[in-house]
Write a new protein. Structure first.
Lengths: 126, 335
């Protein structure tokens, strides 16, 4: 098989999405969303295509990571382009807040001492 | 062997002694008072913040339910699990924690990464969701908690965290965990509220994210708050104008877009949206005039498509020459 399943499904999704894009802009008069104005540098012609790829990527990762298939689309729909891109880029290693276990308490004490001794300065403004 | 162990013990003792001596020279504090704004309260305890004890790995949904509840969006952690919990990671990601409030008609706003912004929000009566890291960069242990108060005199933060409804934290301990968690903190806002510590650019980004899925009256409230607080920011006016447009209030929309253009004549989003609104109001000549000098080819998507589309329609309507623009049309176009 020369085309991977992922690639095939991306192409299928993209073609549907490109088709839909035309429909959406015709239906919704030519008013520009405010999000295109807050950071205009972000808008590039590549973005629309990139967003479609990010979406396919995030969808696949959600499914791999055990998200219930019934809510995957719902979760993707909550995200804007920027957020989709961040997830697509780093879902495996981005911080994931879970439990407040102090199993590494000793390590934490070392960090506290480093702070106390001025090796790291947590009170510095950034 | 024994001698070697004794050697290590001696070295450890020396290290400990020097650490203690060193720390004696750099003991500082208190930390909260210098970060409080003038006139801020010395003691804040937002005890009305709801509390949900977390289930295993699910501090994300629990913490989010608490800050949403404090902004009167009533939701249980269980209802949030499908939205923000990632089973394979045994936790919740910041991106989704920030996206979820929009589902409940709330804005989320990430605070500037300094203690004074946390204190300012608490002082304004708003609990703060924070990410802590109790591990090391190589071996992180991330955890979400909700800060519900502080005591400046005793230099303590007050938290809802894990299974504890209230726990007092020394500022230093809190700050080490927060610093190692990337100094991430967010608040949840009702449409119409702005954060105490807000920076206009960050707030407008948050409002623009909110606009995408919000109903137009809620979006209007979010941008109206920006217009009231930062009237010199054109994007606030554009956002409010678009919310008016989507409710069919064309004259109000045109007024807001025109206000944005008066502040920044080069704001092409405002220019295009005003032209489209005038077109809808039956003023194709005024619409065409607004876009006359704009070079659509030099613009990026989606502005380029919007301007091209508006111009085409304006040209067609003007040439059909239905009726001349009336006096109302001219009143929105700067002379």
């Amino acid at each position: 098989m020369s085309l991977s399943l992922w690639r095939k499904s991306s192409i299928a999704i993209l073609s549907v999405a490109l088709f839909n894009m035309g429909l959406a802009s015709a239906a919704q008069a030519a008013i520009v969303d405010t999000s295109a104005l807050v950071a205009p540098d972000r808008a590039t012609d590549l973005n629309t295509v990139r967003t479609q790829l990010d979406r396919a990527d995030v969808r696949a990762k959600f499914e791999q990571m055990g998200v219930d298939a019934a809510v995957v689309e719902h979760r993707i729909a909550s995200l804007n382009d920027r957020e989709l891109h961040r997830l697509a880029a780093d879902m495996q290693n981005a911080p994931a807040g879970g439990d407040a276990v102090w199993i590494v308490g000793a390590v934490f004490i070392v960090l506290l001492i480093l702070e106390l001794t001025g090796v790291i300065d947590i009170f510095k403004k950034v | 062997m024994q001698r070697r162990a004794a050697g290590i013990a001696a070295r450890l003792a020396l290290l400990l002694a020097s650490t203690v001596m060193l720390s004696a020279c750099v003991v500082r504090g208190p930390f909260i008072p210098p970060n409080l704004a003038p006139g801020a309260r010395q003691h804040v305890d937002l005890e009305n913040t709801p509390f949900f004890p977390q289930k295993k790995y699910q501090c994300g949904p629990a913490a989010l339910a608490m800050v949403l509840g404090a902004s009167s969006a009533i939701v249980t952690p269980d209802a949030l699990v499908p939205l923000v919990y990632l089973p394979a990671r045994h936790g919740s990601l910041q991106v989704e924690m920030q996206a979820a409030p929009r589902r409940f008609e709330r804005l989320s706003y990430r605070l500037s990464p300094n203690m004074d912004s946390i204190l300012a929000e608490l002082n304004a009566g708003r609990p703060v969701l924070v990410l802590h890291n109790y591990g090391l960069p190589m071996f992180p242990r991330w955890h979400y908690a909700v800060v519900i108060g502080y005591d400046a005199k005793r230099d303590r933060f007050l938290l809802r965290s894990g299974s504890k409804a209230r726990s007092e934290w020394r500022v230093r301990t809190f700050m080490v965990a927060w610093h190692n968690g990337g100094r991430w903190a967010m608040v949840v806002l009702r449409p119409g509220e702005t954060p105490a510590s807000a920076n206009p650019t960050l707030y407008l980004e948050s409002a623009a994210d909110f606009e995408r899925g919000a109903n137009p009256p809620a979006a209007r409230a979010a941008f109206d708050a920006a217009v009231q607080r930062w009237p010199a920011e054109p994007v606030g006016w554009v956002g409010r104008g678009t919310a008016e447009y989507r409710q069919g209030h064309l004259a109000d929309a045109a007024r807001d877009y025109a206000a944005a253009l008066r502040i920044d004549d080069a704001n092409l989003g405002a220019r295009n949206n005003l032209a489209q609104t005038l077109l809808d109001m039956g003023c194709p000549r005024a619409a065409r005039e607004l876009l006359r000098a704009v070079d659509a080819g030099a613009l990026k998507s989606p502005l380029r498509e919007a301007v091209t589309d508006t111009r085409e329609h304006a040209d067609a309507a003007a040439e059909a020459g239905v009726a001349p623009d009336d006096a109302v049309c001219g009143s929105f176009v700067a002379k």
